[in-house]
Design a binder for this molecule. Structure first.
Ligand code: GUN
Length: 281
């Protein structure tokens, strides 16, 4: 029987802890503000943005919402980012991805002040993580580390295999597991012997964006499996990259979808906003 890692419960604990830190800042006359920018009206992005605003409200963070039309030019977006960079009342800037095709995401991310880059996507923050220096850490992988730690799952010395090498999840995830002293392997679409490699994992973290891709053939008996994927199946039900029912009997712990990694991303975003305000005071 697998232990189900309850991301909803753990994310609520984190948000409640943050609420206390925010209340302390308020008592010292410090307000926290997160600026959220969405370009266009992609429905999935709108849901994420709404959830981020709701979390801000719960914790006591002000959110400034910029809902820009799909036709916004890169120059217009950069001009807003620059305005927010110089606004001393703004602690965090989040540009919801993906952006429309005519806007270069890398350019936009590089224009966010690293000290306000609460997503942890700016090259300076990514670089800091890679050499063990302080900086904002991408929220989803940071959330996975919190899930493991708060579930009492030891990382040090463990074989960790990360499936996926995206800039937002796979790469920072591998760096964070390395920082926690795991032995880390990254697998991707060109990996040979994917199943054999995945089967070595004590902790298998899956972020490849393919529905129910990982079956029991990929997992070692007693492994911990973390599912970063999020899809809607043919019955309109949410599911992940891991075939939950197939692996359940074989693993020692598993994150469900929904209610696993998902809620942690927002909790860690809130954490980065609070840290940003604490650092700037
Ligand atoms: N789109 C999907 N996930 C994210 C995220 O964590 N941050 C931003 N800015 N956009 C996203």
């Amino acid at each position: 029987m697998a232990f189900i890692i309850d991301g909803k419960k753990i994310s609520t604990q984190i948000k409640d802890e943050l609420k206390e830190r925010v209340s302390l800042l308020h008592k010292n006359g410090i307000q926290i503000t997160l600026a959220v920018i969405q370009v266009g009206n992609d429905p999935a992005s709108s849901v994420y943005v709404q959830n981020k605003k709701k979390a801000c409200e719960y914790i006591g963070i002000n959110s400034l919402s910029y809902e820009l039309p799909e036709t916004t030019t890169q120059e217009e977006l950069l001009s807003l980012v620059n305005k927010l960079n110089t606004d001393a009342t703004v602690n965090g800037i989040l540009v919801q991805l993906p952006l429309p095709k005519h806007i270069d995401e890398d350019t936009v991310i590089q224009n966010i002040l690293p000290a306000k880059d609460v997503d942890g996507f700016h090259p300076q923050n990514v670089g800091a993580l890679s050499i063990g220096q302080k900086g904002f850490i991408s929220c989803t992988p940071a959330g996975v580390i919190e899930l493991l730690k708060r579930s009492g799952i030891e990382i040090e010395g463990k074989e960790c295999v990360v499936l996926g090498r995206s800039n937002i999840v796979g790469k920072p995830m591998a760096l964070l597991m390395l920082r926690e002293n795991a032995t880390v392997t990254i697998c991707h679409s060109r990996t040979k012997n994917l199943i054999d490699t995945a089967k070595r994992a004590d902790i298998l973290i899956v972020a490849i964006g393919k529905q129910n891709f990982v079956t029991k053939d990929f997992v070692k008996e007693g492994a911990v499996v973390i599912d970063v994927g999020m899809h809607r199946n043919e019955n309109n039900k949410l599911c992940g990259d891991i075939d939950y029912n197939d692996v359940y009997e074989k693993v020692s712990a598993i994150t469900p979808v929904p209610g696993g990694v998902g809620p942690m991303t927002i909790a860690m975003l809130m954490n980065n906003c609070v840290e940003s305000a604490e650092l700037s005071k």
